[in-house]
Design a protein around this ligand. Structure first.
Ligand code: XMP
Length: 512
């Protein structure tokens, strides 16, 4: 396993993704973590990430002593390289040497990182983003690559196994970056590269058994991929000690509740309580139009219902949750104060405390695409594994204004047509999220020879890699008009369809 020491770069997670894709397990730990954690991690090599600070600034982050004491290979990237050079006695120059974007590196020496990828004398595209640069290497190092803006763009000390690159090899704009990283983990650190979802599955099952013992576990299913994968994994580990609870709040997409019952009860034979609580939820949402109020009502009502159903099952010792790695990475945010809450996404916060449950979170170390791979490994149907994200409060935040059963039914039908057309056009997997929104606005139309006065439906589809930023999907016009025609013809209550072309920022993905 490899440890990534984070100095606050925007792209530290990408380093982890690339290392894992090469078949080596890794984790990210902040540079200022307790040294004992760094020591006890048992890394075969350590990668020092980039970061926003300047090495020349007094008080900027330093590599903790424990890192060099471990005697394992190091790879410094950008700020990580500069900190390494600075601390080992070389020179980092500040001032007017910024370099951002595409650059070309000339390979000037042999280096195990380049084996089978780059040869001496070649020039290769790399991606730079730095305000300072290394101008003199510490004793023991040689320069193996240079660029116009960085005389020491790649440096090596083979005796100690210390390497440094000024460019970002974790980003796609350094086309050979993944191969260089793979050379570091395999050739330099000696990792075997056999970490895979099959290996993870076996390890996770053993860990869950050890944690749970003969205790009872409950798991709330949402219909989404994370809770489904977590539940199937826990079931594989402890069998019928697991009970799943699925609360239908009446604001799910068409067919979703039936899908969950089919997959869990019939395909996997996992004990499942499916509770239709739509009356209760819709009753509490009656007349509420504030988005945050809707979220709060749905969150607390969910906890009440879940608690009640768990009580009927005779309680439990553990709560299984599909928490993912991006939610648990401790971020390094130099000078970062609390950020403004745009939307509160914590749907079921407070549940473990209230029910006095310990958490089982078997996906805590995985990225979303790894969870999908694990789901496939566990035999979950592709339809569930590849599903677009869906917010906990469901259709309630896709119906601006008051939510009623009638409006939810109208929206469900329009949404199903839209998604069906997207799947038929083969576009589903190219889109991060696609959904219909029902606007509380009526407009005039003409249908047949009669006047109509019905709601407006907005269609949204975005591309994104993490939901933090997004672009609207550029459908062709023929596709959009086909969807609009079908919705207006087939869904009573809608007589006009519009397409949302807002990016995020300044928009958000959901309308509320
Ligand atoms: P926004 O609308 O903030 O959405 O751009 C980003 C991602 O988060 C999802 N989302 C939610 N998920 N509870 C959730 O579980 C929520 O209250 C919530 N609000 C938004 C949204 O679907 C998108 O994937």
């Amino acid at each position: 396993r490899i440890l990534i020491l984070d100095f606050g770069s925007q792209v530290t997670q990408l380093i982890a993704r690339r290392v894992r894709e090469s078949g080596t397990y890794c984790e990210i730990i902040p540079f200022n973590a307790d040294p004992a954690r760094i020591r006890d991690f048992g890394a075969k090599g350590i990668i020092l990430s980039g970061g926003p600070d300047l090495v020349s600034r007094a008080g900027s982050p330093r590599i903790p002593d424990v890192v060099c004491e471990l005697g394992v290979p190091l790879l410094g990237i950008c700020y990580g390289q500069q900190a390494m050079v600075h601390q080992l006695g070389g020179t980092v120059q500040g001032g007017d040497h910024q370099e951002f974007g595409r650059a070309y590196l000339e390979v000037t020496g042999d280096c195990p990182l380049f084996d089978g990828v780059w040869n001496r004398g070649e020039r290769h595209q790399v991606w730079m983003s730095h305000g300072e640069r290394v101008v003199e290497v510490p004793e023991g190092f040689r320069v193996v690559g240079t660029s116009d803006g960085a005389p020491c763009a790649a440096i090596a000390d083979d005796a100690r196994g210390f390497y440094g690159v000024q460019f970002h090899l974790e980003v796609a704009h350094t086309p050979d970056g993944a191969a260089l990283l793979r050379n570091f983990t395999r050739q330099v650190c000696g990792c075997t590269g056999d970490w895979s979802m099959a290996a993870f599955r076996a390890e996770a099952v053993a860990r869950i058994r050890q944690q749970v013992g003969d205790g009872k576990v409950i798991c709330g299913l949402s219909g989404g991929v994370d809770s489904a994968v977590a539940a199937v994994l826990v079931h594989e580990a402890v069998g019928e000690q697991l009970n799943c609870i699925f609360v239908d709040h009446g604001l799910l997409r068409a067919g979703e509740a039936e899908d969950v019952v089919e997959v869990f009860r019939h395909h996997y034979n996992i004990p499942l309580v499916a509770r239709d609580a739509s009356e209760l939820f819709l009753g509490k949402l009656d007349g509420v139009d504030d988005p945050e109020q809707k979220r709060k009502i749905i969150g607390t009502t969910f906890i009440d219902v879940f608690d009640e159903e768990a009580g009927k099952l005779g309680g439990a010792d553990f709560l299984c949750q599909g928490t993912l790695y991006p939610d648990v990475i401790e971020s390094v945010s130099p000078g970062g104060g609390p950020s403004v809450t745009i939307k509160s996404h914590h749907n079921v916060g407070g549940l473990p405390e209230r029910m006095n449950l310990k958490l089982v979170e078997p996906l805590r170390e995985l990225f979303k695409d790894e969870v999908r791979a694990l789901g496939r490994e566990l035999g979950l149907p592709e339809r569930m594994v590849g599903r677009h994200p869906f917010p906990g409060p469901g259709l309630a935040i896709r119906i601006p204004g008051p939510v009623t059963r009638e409006r939810a039914d109208i929206l469900r039908k329009a949404d199903a047509i839209y998604l069906e057309e997207i799947r038929n056009a083969g576009l589903y997997d190219a889109i991060w999220q696609a959904f219909a929104v029902l606007l509380p606005v009526k407009t005039v139309g003409v249908m047949g020879d009669a006047r109509s006065y019905d709601f407006v439906c907005a269609l949204r589809a975005v591309t994104s890699t993490d939901g933090m930023t997004a672009d609207s999907y550029p459908f062709d016009h023929a596709f959009l008009s086909r969807v609009a025609t079908r919705i207006i013809n087939e869904v009573r209550g809608i007589n006009r369809v519009v397409y949302d072309v807002t990016s995020k920022p300044p928009g958000t993905i959901e309308w509320e």
